[in-house]
Write a protein that binds this ligand. Structure first.
Ligand code: SF4
Length: 614
């Protein structure tokens, strides 16, 4: 965290307008990190980071281009090639959330500098904020680091570069000059978030201009900051304090309205850490938000992220009635001593209560997603078992949860703890610190086994599940999963339910593989008479047979989808679906009633791709 004294003036919130309409282009880049795609298993969509900055730059009269390499899946070379097609570039900004994107950001900067040595390149984001001086010492291609929130800072930097002014008074900028690296004082956090210009949705805008299919969803934020102080989290480092500032419900609903009207997008993903504040004020905010959605007659679907201790069934119910369909809870662990170590200020009992409240609210289980850390360096074997069984019994586990190791971000409390309490050597600057060190040998054994088998299963071309991400992606597209443009435009309910059932089935079977690895490891560790060779043989057999079934199932389901597409017209006539059961070892059964008259009932039994209509 930068120790520089924070000062405040109105200039902190000033948009530096390009008063003389000077020519010159600003390019902002969101880099693509291949590893993030396989870890998070989320198809990438618009970049809200770029959207916020472009919104400010456009409002201040600068010509700018957003390059969303993540969405386009462009590596550093493709990205720089695209950037260099543009004329008149005077300033490039690269977003860098964490160590994962730092390497790519450096390569992009070096490729641009090789062709355009006089262009100013700044880097922003969490890692950049916490390690500004180190970045400028580490990489000569960056001219400056933009710390903290960027919406006002970027217009000031653009203005001063375009008008040839000194950078020495731009707050929250760290830059290089002949004297060395200079760190300017911090600007104050943006308290009134309604003053931030609305994001410009470049990706949606371009798709609309080209007449292509629109993105299915949009990212938004309603607040910034978190009162928590979890030891692994870097929100505090980015923002510099624990205050939470919220946009007004009016401001948020206006933006939703604009997106719905301009782009026809009706699905929203609120990315803020605390959509619901645990206070009367928080409840009033939710009430007003719902009231305004009703008043504007906005029929939207949305996803929110909240802490477990802010879940209240009544509030969630209200949100569900206004379109909430998916919720992310930062549970993090199912063991109290682990939660204490993370300084989560939340207990397992509160996590359980949150799940109970969610059940009462009527939100389906499969729409609840947990933030969960399965392994950390200081974890004991007993803690790991508790953690594992809590997750399994919650019925909400995902493969991502089950194999998740703590990613230790530079400069966090956890980063310092590992160095000072456990005497660990941190990685080279800019490299991810996903720990492979475990103090407890049992934890090390389980985690090592999971990692080894995972690697074998998904190994390119040869792993039993090497195509599995592609298979899941296909279903996500078919069912219009968040961030995917649906292939099934009309979202026919029956087709949707069937595809969703298949998707859930595949996920469940994949999870079962991980359960079997965990439980085999536990049994081996606790049964001292068992030989390691026997354990390995048995484990390999179990995993192989489960993975083979899963692989075959995805092929069977492919046939079913083909069969469905051939009979699509008939199936669409039906209006009721009684039962969808996706399991390749049983019938895949759908009972349909004809739309026009209830007299005619039609059974469709699908087995491994065959359709029999009775
Ligand atoms: S509650 Fe979430 S956002 Fe807040 S400090 Fe903890 S991990 Fe970070």
């Amino acid at each position: 965290m930068c120790k520089t004294h924070m000062t405040h003036s109105d200039n902190d919130y000033k948009l530096w307008v390009n008063t003389e309409n000077r020519k010159g282009k600003v390019i902002l880049i969101h880099p693509f990190v291949e590893e993030t795609r396989t870890k998070n298993r989320n198809y990438s969509t618009e970049s809200l980071t770029l959207g916020c900055l472009i919104g400010s730059l456009r409002k201040a009269g600068y010509s700018c281009v957003a390059v969303n390499s993540e969405m386009n899946q462009w590596d550093a070379y493709e990205t720089s090639k695209y950037v260099l097609k543009h004329d008149d570039i005077f300033f490039v900004g690269i977003s860098c959330k964490s160590e994962r994107s730092y390497g790519v950001a450096k390569t992009v900067a070096s490729l641009i500098k090789a062709k355009l040595p006089n262009v100013h390149i700044t880097i922003g984001g969490i890692l950049a904020t916490v390690s500004d001086k180190r970045i400028l010492e580490d990489c000569k291609y960056f001219d400056s680091v933009s710390r903290g929130e960027g919406e006002f800072l970027i217009t000031e930097l653009a203005y001063k570069l375009l008008y040839g002014m000194t950078l020495n008074d731009i707050k929250s900028l760290t830059y290089r000059n002949v004297m060395g690296v200079i760190r300017n004082p911090l600007r104050q956090r943006i308290i009134n978030l309604d003053k931030v210009p609305l994001s410009f949705r470049t990706e949606m805008h371009e798709l609309k201009e080209n007449g292509s299919t629109q993105l299915s969803s949009a990212y938004m934020f309603t607040s910034r900051g978190c009162f928590g102080n979890c030891s692994f989290c870097c929100v505090y480092q980015l923002l510099g304090n624990h205050m939470v500032y919220k946009r007004s419900p009016e401001n948020v609903v206006n933006e939703i309205k604009e997106i719905v009207e301009n782009y026809g997008v009706t699905e929203f993903y609120f990315i803020d850490d605390l959509f619901i504040l645990p206070s009367k004020k928080g409840e009033i905010w939710v009430d007003k938000f719902c009231y305004l959605l009703d008043e504007a007659n906005l029929k939207i679907k949305f996803h929110v992220e909240i802490r477990a201790d802010t879940v209240q069934s009544e509030l969630i119910k209200k949100l569900v009635n206004h379109g909430l369909f998916r919720i992310f809870i930062g549970a993090e662990a199912g063991c109290n001593s682990v939660l204490e170590r993370y300084n989560k200020k939340c207990t397992v009992q509160q996590n359980n209560k949150a799940l109970y409240e969610l059940k009462q609210s009527g939100i389906p289980k499969y729409q609840v997603e947990l933030g969960y850390i399965m392994f950390d360096a200081a974890m004991t074997y007993q803690e790991l078992k508790e953690n594992y069984y809590w997750l399994k019994e919650s019925g909400l586990s995902t493969v991502q949860n089950l194999q998740n190791r703590m990613n230790v971000y530079y400069g966090t409390q956890m980063y310092h703890d590992l160095i000072h309490r456990f005497n660990l050597e941190p990685p080279k600057f800019g490299e991810s610190w996903i720990n492979n060190f475990y103090m407890d040998k049992g934890v090390e054994f389980v985690e090592g086994t999971i990692r080894r088998i995972r690697k074998e299963l998904y190994k390119n071309n040869t792993g039993l599940l090497c195509d599995f991400f592609g298979v899941l992606d296909k279903y996500k597209k078919e069912i219009g999963f968040f961030g995917y443009t649906s292939q099934n435009e009309e979202k026919d309910e029956i087709i949707y339910n069937i595809l969703y059932s298949i998707y859930k089935y595949l996920n469940k079977e994949e999870r079962e593989i991980y359960y079997s690895i965990f439980e085999s490891c536990f049994e081996y560790i606790e049964n001292s008479s068992k030989r390691q060779e026997d354990f390995e043989t048995l484990l390999a057999e179990t995993v192989n047979s489960r993975a083979t079934i899963l692989r075959e199932a995805s092929t069977y389901f492919d046939n079913i989808i083909d069969a469905f597409s051939k009979t699509y017209v008939d199936i669409r006539k039906a209006r009721n679906i009684y039962h969808v059961y996706a399991d390749p070892h049983n019938y895949f059964e759908v009972i349909l009633l004809d739309t026009l008259e209830d007299k005619f009932a039609c059974n469709v039994n699908l087995k491994f791709g065959q359709i029999m209509v009775n």
